[in-house]
Design a protein around this ligand. Structure first.
Ligand code: FBP
Length: 694
């Protein structure tokens, strides 16, 4: 036989096609890197000015005034054209500057464009100016670890996702020592200003730095970042100053593409319920946006569950002259019943499949779990306060932690039922699955936030759902509806009159989807019904076509669980986020060049078309509110939750029954498609934002 003529490996490796298709940089990356985001018109003018806007009222807390005296009187500032400028002011604008920048918190698509916008603007006025990027978040500032950001570095990351250029971290600058180290680094580098790109906690960090650095003449500007979308700012008169943080749109779209693919698969394979947990530490903004993007069959909004009241229970108690406090707020059990209700209703219409979205932070809105979270936060904080070693180091395993809690009940609980951890708490807690206990007892993040992303909420709830569906099945209430035409075609092969049998075995013999009577829950009960109705005699078997129909009506509940979070957070930014974040970077520069500090760079009118966008500075100190963190009250920026009176939520509520499609109508799934740049791009702003602006 002739030897086969293989190409040599060397030949293959040197082949142009090989190097083309195995290159790290593909055509999409090249296109992204070369895209120039749109610039807000004001930035086309050479020099800008800042106009104070006292008409935008933001009232502050007394604590913030006490702790942030040098920045508390800041007002909202609008960046405007400067028509006339003195030679001196021109020189001041054009002087070489050193600005530092850092990422803080979880990555959010668009971060690199904030740096690109800041860099381009800085260099536009003076090519000698320097942008210093602190490495790995606040740690880089504290430990003086940084790189000078160069054109080639910026160009490699333009319009690209992640924070990989300089990385990020979650360190909180919360002590005098850390403040001093940060200031020392900035002074050594001769920084005029520091830009902190982060979420609510990082912007809190930024304003405390602004206060601390004020006497040294170093300015600090925050930039609103977080995929969670919970950094939204309104004035006291409900005028929107910052409609959303950057990264939200991309993450929501990236999750939605995956969820939408699941709707396609679910509707094809018709055997699974896909349970999609979607990131968002507390608020359900991402879930709501994904619901609009995909029209999944069932989406939960935590904020709505928190509002839940069981009117039946209230009325019952009232009749007995009592008040039932447990009727206010949602329990895990009741939530699982709501899910079962949808599953059963869809199954009755022949759809024993579907896609549901649950927000990562939903547990925050489930009363009983929220109580555990608060109690455990306090217990852990108290322990850390009293002892030299941290709670998690002292009790590294779940068993050790549980034993400590049990000891608390012995020491405190037996005598005092009002103690923070009593026998009832311990009893309820011990009934939770161990992975859930581990989740609830996990270390809080550096800012004292509960780490919802580490808790397998979807598994806990689906276990409860499965359990209850089994009960419903035994009661004959969970059945798959049989399409009438299918029933007729099967019965054609038998000797029976389909209409007559239908009346005997179905509870709705005239409908399009036929439901087997609740009393028929097994082949045995089916046979008995047929005997009773003289369809067959007792020594006959149930006829094969009827067995087939019965088996088809008997549901098997099968689920697939998915978690969408880190994947979408790492997506390349949408067109909206590219433009938004780039303009935030430019805004940060102009706030600095005009002498602002303690402000958050923002774009007003983001919810409107691009030509309405306005760059502004928002006084961060005015946003500070007292909140419990690690058992202590601390000043932080309040997280924005979904407003149940907002247009978006009201529209969602009105449409969700259609999306549930628990009817003869087909599913209403929407295909948002991938995050893309060329051709027809995705919608030009988040759907929820657009709806809220109507
Ligand atoms: P930021 O608030 O820092 O933007 O982070 C948001 C987030 O992605 C949440 O949605 C999620 O709960 C959390 O970070 C996950 O944290 P980690 O990255 O530490 O696992």
């Amino acid at each position: 036989m002739e030897p086969l003529n293989f190409a040599s490996l060397e030949f293959l490796l040197n082949h142009p096609e090989t190097s083309h298709v195995t290159s790290d940089v593909n055509a999409e990356t090249i296109e992204r890197r070369s895209f120039s985001p749109k610039k807000i018109k004001i930035f086309a003018s050479k020099y800008t000015d800042i106009k104070e806007c006292p008409e935008y009222k933001l009232s502050n807390t007394r604590e913030a005034a006490k702790m942030l005296p040098d920045v508390i009187n800041n007002t909202v500032q609008r960046i405007i054209f400067r028509h006339e400028i003195s030679q001196k002011a021109k020189q001041a604008f054009k002087m070489p500057r050193n600005i530092g920048v850092l990422f803080s918190g979880g990555p959010a698509p668009g971060g690199h464009n904030v740096i690109a916008g800041l860099y381009d603007e800085l260099k536009k006025y003076n090519s000698e100016s320097k942008l210093i990027g602190f490495l790995s978040g606040p740690d880089g500032l504290l430990e003086s670890k940084y790189v000078e950001i160069t054109k080639s570095l910026v160009d490699a990351y333009r319009n690209m996702g992640g924070f990989s250029m300089i990385k990020t971290g979650r360190t909180k600058i919360d002590s005098k020592n850390k403040m001093d180290s940060a200031l020392k680094t900035c002074k050594e580098l001769g920084l005029e200003a520091l830009v902190v790109i982060g979420g609510d906690d990082s912007n809190t960090n930024a304003v405390f730095l602004a206060q601390q650095f004020k006497s040294a003449g170093i300015k600090v500007i925050g930039v609103p970042k977080t995929i969670d979308g919970d950094l939204q700012i309104k004035t006291d008169d409900q005028e929107t100053l910052c409609a959303i943080s950057f990264g939200f749109h991309t993450a929501a779209r990236a999750f939605s593409q995956n969820i939408s693919n699941l709707t396609t698969d679910a509707g094809s394979d018709i055997k699974y319920w896909h349970v999609c947990k979607v990131m968002g530490r507390v608020a359900s903004h991402l879930t709501l946006e994904c619901a609009f993007q995909t029209h999944a069959n069932l989406s939960f909004v935590g904020e709505e569950l928190a509002d839940y009241t069981d009117h039946q229970r209230i009325e019952k108690a009232q009749k007995e002259g009592m008040i039932d406090y447990t009727a206010y707020g949602m329990t895990l059990r009741h939530w699982s019943r709501l899910i079962c209700d949808t599953i059963v209703r869809r199954a009755a219409c022949g759809k024993n499949f579907g896609v549901m979205i649950i927000p990562e932070g939903i547990l925050e809105f489930i009363n009983e779990i929220q109580v555990f979270i608060i109690k455990l936060n306090t217990i852990i904080a108290d322990y850390n306060h009293i002892h030299d070693i941290d709670f998690h180091t002292s009790f590294p395993t779940l068993n050790a932690k549980l034993e400590y809690l049990r000891r608390l009940t012995r020491v405190l609980g037996e005598k005092n039922k009002f103690s923070i951890w009593n026998l009832r708490d311990d009893d309820l807690f011990s009934q939770l699955p161990s992975f859930f206990q581990t989740g609830l007892l996990m270390e809080r993040d550096t800012h004292g936030n509960f780490q919802f992303s580490q808790v397998k909420t979807e598994e806990i709830i689906m276990d409860m759902v499965k359990e209850y569906l089994n009960i419903l099945k035994e009661q004959g209430k969970y059945k798959i509806g049989i399409e009438r035409s299918y029933y007729m075609s099967i019965m054609k092969t038998s000797k029976f009159i389909p209409e007559k049998i239908a009346k005997i075995i179905f509870k709705n013999p005239e409908d399009k989807y036929l439901l087997i009577k609740e009393s028929i829950i097994s082949l045995k009960t089916l046979k008995q019904v047929l005997i009773n109705n003289e369809v067959i005699s007792s020594d006959e078997d149930v006829p094969e076509p009827i067995v087939r129909i019965f088996k088809k009506s008997d549901p098997e509940f099968k689920t697939q669980t998915h978690f969408y979070g880190y994947d979408g957070r790492g997506s390349d930014p949408t067109y909206f986020d590219c433009n938004y974040s780039y303009n935030l970077g430019i805004t940060a520069f102009h706030l600095i060049a005009n002498g602002a500090t303690g402000q958050m760079a923002a774009i007003k009118n983001l919810e409107k078309k691009f030509d309405k966008w306005e760059p502004i500075g928002i006084p961060i100190a005015k946003l500070m509110r007292l909140e419990e963190r690690k058992g202590k009250l601390e000043l932080v920026i309040e997280k924005s939750l979904i407003d149940l009176d907002s247009n978006a939520f009201r529209i969602f509520k009105a449409l969700r029954e259609e999306w549930m499609a628990a009817s003869e109508n087909p599913d209403r799934y929407r295909r948002p498609g991938p995050v893309r740049f060329a051709g027809i791009t995705e919608e030009d702003r988040p759907i929820t934002l657009l709806l809220n602006s109507i």
